[in-house]
Ligand binder design. Structure first.
Ligand SMILES: C[S@@+](CC[C@H](N)C(=O)[O-])C[C@H]1O[C@@H](n2cnc3c(N)ncnc32)[C@H](O)[C@@H]1O
Length: 397
């Protein structure tokens, strides 16, 4: 990928600075979660699926979309036509002003211009033309230098599609990541599309937590791990890359779209021999490895149902409800997972759950202590990159 813009440049093996990201992407909203960068039309079939482990698993027939930056250069445009597109797109951004910020703490025009630049970077063959289109690296506007280039510009999406995509971004508030079909997460560029949660920066920390525990522990490093509710496959891929040569990960999800996108991502990173992907509800695809897991991670749906409507439009209108809705208090899935984790892990096995924040972490820790006495040890609340208590970690006793 030929991106040159700072926060989208994947660094090798190190996460992008969360502080830079926090300022640039405005990744956290008032509740510390799920805002602009966190964002399908609600799939009614999915919402009706119960979280019970006995739910029948839907079949996987979905064909994942190819992210824009991986598509062949089969379209073309003249430079002046591309300039006209850019001017039109910038005018659309200007018309938004601070409306999205005021409505639901959504994107401001600076971020939208940065996204426009990223769309151009992903779509055109020669990104050195971008400065001539009047958008600088951080998304600011420069005067259009009016390059005299009369060359034909080769494109991965047609100019007509670019107009359509940008209209969707602004008028429908379709998440940028769904527009370009990918998200930069740690040092990975993961394919995403409607029906799959866009992986969030805070979740990156789970991979660091796993890295810390496997560092000094061969059993865990060479062990069998599970990523429940894998979505795009982000955690499974991140973990597979830090396990030893004998490590294995089983990644599960109920959503057929997530399963197919996770497969696509796993294959793109050549990890299909390490990561096995299985469809089904929570532990049901794992019954054959009960008591054999060395590690288990999960970022389950944990938003209280009634809060979903007030999230940013990108999230509330476009991300799959199946990935967000944690029931009345947001705790339904977390409690279910907690109940079964002790039986799934080996003694000494590690778990890490992501939550909505401090309240959920405490509720879960109390549940483990009071209702599951003796099942776990070293239970810890761990903060995310923005210092919000976010994860519950521990070991099976
Ligand atoms: C918050 S998203 C996390 C996705 C991914 N792990 C990440 O961190 O980006 C929760 C995921 O759980 C999946 N999910 C929801 N209910 C499930 C269930 N009963 N069994 C398995 N997966 C489920 C959703 O489809 C979604 O992919």
């Amino acid at each position: 990928m030929k991106t040159t813009c700072f926060i989208r440049v994947p660094s090798f093996c190190t996460p992008i600075s969360p502080i830079i990201r926090k300022h640039l992407q405005k990744s956290f909203n008032k509740t510390g979660h799920y805002n602009q960068n966190h964002i399908s039309t609600l799939n009614s079939a999915q919402t009706s699926i119960s979280t019970s482990p006995s739910s029948p698993a839907p079949s996987t027939s979905h064909k994942p979309q190819t992210p824009v930056f991986l598509r062949p250069l089969i379209y073309s445009s003249t430079f002046p036509d591309l300039q006209s597109f850019t001017s039109w797109a910038k005018t659309l951004v200007s018309s938004v002003g601070s409306t999205f910020v005021q409505l639901d703490n959504g994107s401001d025009s600076t971020l939208l211009l940065r996204e426009l630049r990223w769309l151009l970077e992903d779509s055109i063959d020669d990104p050195s033309l971008i400065p001539h289109l009047g958008i600088c690296q951080n998304g600011g506007i420069t005067s259009n230098t009016g390059s005299s280039s009369t060359e034909v510009v080769r494109l991965r999406v047609s100019l007509g599609q670019m107009y359509q995509l940008w209209k969707q971004r602004i008028q429908e508030r379709r998440p940028f990541q769904y527009i370009v079909g990918c998200e930069h997460w740690r040092d990975l560029v993961l394919s995403v599309e409607e029906g799959v949660l866009i992986p969030r920066p805070e979740t990156e920390k789970i991979v660091d937590l796993v890295g810390n525990v496997v560092g000094g522990n061969e059993m865990l490093r060479e062990g069998l791990w599970a990523d429940l509710g894998t979505g795009s496959g982000a955690l499974a891929i991140g973990i597979a890359r830090i396990l030893g040569k004998n490590g294995r990960v089983i990644a599960t999800d109920l959503s057929p779209t997530a399963i197919s996108v996770a497969k696509f991502n796993v294959e793109r990173y050549g990890l299909q021999d390490i990561i096995e992907i299985k469809q089904g509800s929570w532990f049901s695809p794992l019954v054959h490895v009960e008591g054999e897991l060395d590690g288990l991670v999960c970022n389950p749906p944990y938003i209280p149902s009634e809060d979903i409507g007030s999230l940013q439009a990108e999230v509330a209108k476009h991300e799959p409800r199946l990935a967000l809705d944690g029931g009345v208090e947001g705790m339904d899935n977390l409690l279910h997972l907690c109940e079964r984790t002790a039986a799934m892990l080996k003694p000494g096995g590690f778990f890490a759950f992501e939550t909505n924040g401090e309240k959920q972490c405490r509720l879960l820790a109390n549940h483990m202590e009071n209702e599951m006495t003796g099942s776990f040890r070293d239970v810890n609340i761990v903060s995310d990159f923005a210092d919000i208590p976010r994860f519950l970690t521990g070991f099976c006793d």
